[in-house]
Structure formats: structure tokens, C-alpha cells
Write a protein of this length. Structure first.
Length: 608
């Protein structure tokens, strides 16, 4: 199949995003809309729909009283917290345009976004963020206001003068076609571009997603804990959807305390990127091994995967009995760690991998993998509870069409597709075909049922010296699933063979060492340890089993650093900046391709 279209099943009932809070306050004023924590508190305090709407109006009216006019841009630079969502809806209610900035952004990135968007104000979280803004303020002459959350500036602003008339005028004036936000792409190459997303993009996509996922969105006790950066389009869309659908929403600003936060909040839906699900799995594996229960966990994981696969085929009585036993010993503890109420999770941003998908589904938490980009307001495709095929990203959401170009590139049309790049008509024109399809830059396949599988990134395709085209992502995903691996980048463009650069996970190395009889294993010693290399070779062998010999990884190097945001090798959305890695690790790459070592040798026996 080359094309799949799914018609719209519903239309948004509101004209703009600011009306969602007013509707919720009118229809169910006492419903708990948010649970929030005061700084330093472990107790979740409820915020009703009416309270949230009142706070939204107060802050929005205060911003208009501060001199901001309809359509002005206001940046937000903060971790994921209640005030982020409050500010976002206040801006939409006041007819203003939010411009998210990752809280990890450098001064140069902040300068570019503020200057390019023409932001007249910015809401920052901390004194450090305020200092970053101050360092570039001279280059952003249009910036008039800097409000710091931790300093209490939003509270003081909302308690001060308000322009309710401007707020009401904005409510009447704002339409679905108006700009809601400018989200800057991560910028793996070149300067980030500002994606213009409208109120209609969010509202129409949200309305159709709610109808498509009733098992999740129509639950009376529906709730979710947001912890992905709200500067990322996926978290931002889920923020809108959960308010639209009437979820109870919480925020977790520190991923280091994610499991305790999830355990106390008890969400019914979890939203994460694959690396989070990998970390949870690896932590459970390491913990079981150090407690002398590694064999039990290994058997439980294998049973879970087999059970999930059997759900799509035939289930033997023996497998059903083994699954029931391990449900008591292992799976129930996983579900309890996720709060005990979470039956579904949504994964996006990168491929999840079939192994993890089957493990979690077999353990009682179905991960619905989806696909989307900033330019498509996040999801274009998603698996649903009633139609899940692990290994694919599902069918298009209603109101969305997918098509494969002659070269295999995925093209998109639909209610979520952006209207263009801010102040960049050339890039906008290049982003669309002559008949209006958006170029995603991704390569894919569409099966007979219309389910999409992403096979690689067009710009990342490697062409070896022998002329073989190789997509690195499938190989990288399998290797990155190994507990020891933090990052993996497959290389080989114009080279005689395919190789891989691997970095180790500093948190997992000592735990893995203890579990494998290497009690003194450190990050430094692990890079040259023969047992470590053998196990990494096994991961490479598993990846190679999925591809032809010409596409297989023949050598790998364990690097002496990691790809992180701090090192500059990852974007804030955790995408690898390949060109920079190639430059910074040029010597390691040279050594991989120097004559001498021969291909990485296959190994026979050890298990992970």
C-alpha cells in the first residue's frame, strides 16, 4: 500500500484553546483538574476546574495589563511544572502566542529563539534561567518583561492590575486559524526553525484523538503525570488533550524521582520516550540480579514476551500457567511501581523496539507506539487499544493521510499539519510538495491495513563505498536496548563497511558489573573489559541478525564519553547531532577503519 487516509470523525467544539478551561469550569467546576505539589512537599494538592480557570484568567488579564497586545509572543523557559501549563493557557486565553524554550538551552539558543520570534516577554523558572536571559538581553531589544516563577513573579503579576476587557476581546477575536504557538525544531543541523501551529491544529487533532482512544480518554478516573519537557511538541499536545478530555493532570519536573512520583500520583496513562521504558526495564533487571533473582526475572521477561506474541495468535495452556505464576512474582510489582492504575502508556520520539513492546504488554501495561513531528503537532499515527500491532506506529489518526513518495519518503496531510515556518517562506515552500503534502524526511512502509512502520531517516541513510544503502536507526535501536548502552550511532557513509560508536550508561555499569561477577567494574574499566565487550558484541549480533551481511556492523568502538545535551551531542529532544559526533570523535572513527583489527568477532554463549 502506498497511501492511507482516515477521514475526520469529529470536529472541535471550541473556537480556540483558551475556551477549554472556560468550558470545563462551566460544565464541571468542582472536578479535580490538576494535582500539584508545593515546593518541597510530597503531598498532592487538588486544583478544581473552576480554580484553574480563575488562575488562567487572572494571569492572562495581568499580562495584557502589562502592555502585551493580541498576537504578541511570550516565551516559556522552565521544567515541566504546574506553572508551565498555567502560563500556556493564560497566553491562549489572552490572545498571546507561547514560544517554548528548553530549560537546558544554552545562552546562544535562547538568544536565537527570543530574537527570531520577536518575543516581548519570557517566563523563566529559576535564577539561573534569568541569568541566561540577562546575558543575551542586549541582543533582544524587543524583550520587555522577564518573569521568574521561583521568585514569585507570576503570583505578584496575577495579583496586580488586570485588563479583563482585553481578555474578553481576545476571547471573541481568536479563531482556529490563529497562531497558538511557535515551536522551534531541535536543530540537529543548522539553526532551529520555528514551526507555526494554530489553535485548530491542536483542537482538531485532540478531538479526533479523544474519539479514537475511548478506552483511555473516556475513563471517569483518567489521569496522567507529565514529566517530558513541555517544550517538546508531544508533551505539549498531551497537555492539551488531557485538559480537553477532562483528565486529572500532574507534573513531575525531575525525572530522577519519576518512579516515586508515579507511584504516589497513580496515573492511568503514562507518556514517555523509549529511553524511559528501557531504563525502567534495565533497573528491574539489575535489581533482581543483585538480589539473587536474576534467573527469575529473565524467565519472567521471556514469558511476558511470548505471552504478548501469543495474544496475536494461539496461546498454549502451559504458557498461560507460566504467565499467571510470573504475574504474581514479577509483573504485579512492575504495575505497582507504575502506581497500580496504569494499563496503557504512549511512546513516541523514537522507535520503541518489539522486545520492549511485547515485554510491557505481556506484563499488563500496553505501550501504544505512535509517530509524529513538531510540524504535525505530534501524532499522525498511533496504535490503539483495540488495534495494536507491535513494531508499527499504527494507522493514521482521523483527519490524517499518509503517502509514500517514489523514494520511500513519508508524506503527510491532515488537521495537525503546521501552516509554515515562522519568518522563513523559503523553508516553508521546500517543506511541501506541489500538491500540498508535507515532506517528513522519514522513510516508511505502509501495510495492507494502513499501519505505518518507520524504517529510517532519509538524511541519515548511509551509502557504503560498495554502494549499499543502510538505515542506521533499526540497528541503533536494538543495540541501545542493552542495559550497558547509553547511546549508539551507526556509521559507514562512503566507508568499506558499517561500524558503530557506543557509549556506556554510567548508572548501569556498576549494577551490571555486580550482576555479572565484576564487583569493581567502573565506567573507565568497562571500556576495556573483555566481558563487557563480549556482551556488547552479543547486542551487535542481535542487530546484525535483522539485516543483510552488507548492512551488518563489522566493528564497534566504546567511546570515552557520552552523547549528552551538556556535551552538545544531543538535542533537547534527545536526538543525536550526527555531524558533531563525527567531528568530535574523528580519531576513534579513523581507528575503526584503519587496517588491522578485522571484523568484530561473533561470540557464542553468554547471556545478558
Amino acid at each position: 500500500m502506498r497511501e492511507k487516509s482516515v477521514p475526520v470523525v469529529t470536529t472541535a467544539t471550541e473556537a480556540h484553546l483558551g475556551l477549554l478551561t472556560a468550558r470545563n469550569a462551566r460544565l464541571r467546576p468542582d472536578r479535580v483538574a490538576f494535582s500539584r505539589r508545593a515546593p518541597g512537599s510530597l503531598v498532592w494538592e487538588d486544583v478544581t476546574a473552576r480554580q484553574f480557570h480563575d488562575e488562567v484568567r487572572a494571569l492572562g488579564a495581568a499580562m495584557r495589563a502589562a502592555g502585551l497586545a493580541f498576537g504578541d509572543r511570550v516565551a516559556i523557559m522552565s521544567r515541566t511544572r504546574y506553572e508551565w501549563t498555567l502560563t500556556d493557557f493564560a497566553l491562549w486565553t489572552a490572545g498571546l502566542v507561547g514560544v517554548p524554550v528548553y530549560e537546558t538551552s544554552s545562552a546562544d539558543q535562547v538568544r536565537w529563539i527570543l530574537a527570531d520570534s520577536g518575543a516581548r516577554a519570557i517566563v523563566v523558572e529559576s535564577a539561573d534561567h534569568a541569568a541566561t536571559v540577562a546575558s543575551v538581553r542586549a541582543e533582544c531589544p524587543q524583550l520587555e518583561h522577564v518573569w521568574q516563577i521561583d521568585a514569585g513573579d507570576l503570583d505578584r503579576l496575577a495579583a496586580g492590575p488586570q485588563d479583563q476587557a482585553a481578555l474578553d476581546e481576545a476571547g471573541d477575536r481568536t479563531a482556529t486559524t490563529d497562531l497558538a504557538t511557535i515551536i522551534y525544531t531541535s536543530g540537529t543541523t543548522g539553526l532551529p526553525k520555528g514551526c507555526e501551529l494554530t489553535h485548530g491544529n491542536f483542537l482538531e487533532l485532540s478531538a479526533n484523538a479523544i474519539d479514537t482512544l475511548p478506552e483511555i480518554t473516556r475513563r471517569p478516573d483518567a489521569s496522567t503525570l507529565l514529566f517530558l519537557p513541555l517544550a517538546h511538541v508531544l508533551a505539549r499536545f498531551i497537555q492539551v488533550l488531557t485538559v480537553d478530555a477532562g483528565f486529572r493532570v500532574g507534573h513531575a519536573p525531575d525525572i530522577k524521582t519519576l518512579l516515586p512520583d508515579v507511584g504516589s500520583f497513580q496515573p492511568t496513562l503514562l507518556l514517555a520516550v523509549p529511553r524511559v521504558f528501557e531504563k525502567i526495564y534495565n533497573s528491574l533487571d539489575a535489581k533482581a540480579t543483585t538480589e539473587g533473582k536474576g534467573r527469575i526475572f529473565t524467565m519472567a521477561a521471556a514469558t511476558s514476551i511470548s505471552y504478548s506474541r501469543a495474544l496475536d495468535g494461539r496461546m498454549s495452556p502451559l504458557l498461560r500457567a507460566r504467565h499467571k505464576l510470573f504475574d504474581v512474582l514479577v509483573y504485579s510489582k512492575l504495575r505497582a511501581a507504575l502506581g497500580g492504575q496504569c494499563a496503557f502508556a504512549i511512546s513516541g520520539g523514537a522507535p520503541l523496539g518489539e522486545r520492549l513492546g511485547h515485554f510491557y504488554r505481556g506484563a499488563g501495561v500496553t505501550i501504544l507506539e505512535g509517530y509524529g513531528l513538531t510540524e504535525t503537532t505530534a501524532p499522525t499515527n498511533v496504535n490503539t487499544p483495540s488495534f495494536t500491532t507491535i513494531g508499527t506506529v499504527g494507522q493514521p489518526l482521523p483527519g490524517t493521510s499518509t503517502r509514500l513518495a517514489d523514494d520511500g519518503e513519508l508524506l503527510i496531510k491532515g488537521v495537525g499539519v503546521f501552516r509554515g515556518y515562522f519568518n522563513n517562506p523559503t523553508a516553508t515552500a521546500e517543506a511541501f510538495t506541489a500538491d500540498g503534502w508535507f515532506h517528513t524526511g522519514d522513510l516508511g512502509a505502509i501495510d495492507d491495513a494502513g499501519r505505518l512502520t518507520i524504517t529510517g531517516r532519509k538524511k541519515e541513510i548511509l551509502v557504503t563505498a560498495g554502494g549499499k544503502n543502510v538505515a542506521p536507526a533499526p540497528l541503533e535501536d536494538i543495540i541501545r536496548a542493552h542495559p550497558l548502552v547509553s547511546q549508539c550511532m551507526v556509521i559507514g557513509d562512503r566507508k568499506p563497511f558499517i561500524a558503530a560508536l557506543i557509549t556506556l550508561d554510567p548508572e548501569m555499569v556498576p549494577l551490571w558489573g555486580q550482576a555479572h561477577g565484576l564487583a569493581d567494574l567502573t565506567l573507565e574499566s568497562a571500556r576495556t573489559d573483555e566481558t563487557v565487550r563480549q556482551h556488547l558484541q552479543m547486542a551487535v549480533d542481535r542487530a546484525n541478525a535483522r539485516v543483510s551481511r552488507a548492512e551488518a556492523i563489522r566493528k564497534f568502538a566504546i567511546l570515552d564519553g557520552d552523547f549528552t545535551e551538556e556535551s552538545g551531542h544531543l538535542t533537547p529532544s534527545l536526538k543525536v547531532k550526527r555531524a558533531l559526533v563525527m567531528k568530535d570523535y574523528a580519531q576513534a572513527i579513523h581507528e575503526l577503519y584503519a587496517e588491522s583489527r578485522g571484523p568484530a568477532r561473533p561470540t557464542d554463549a553468554p547471556t545478558d
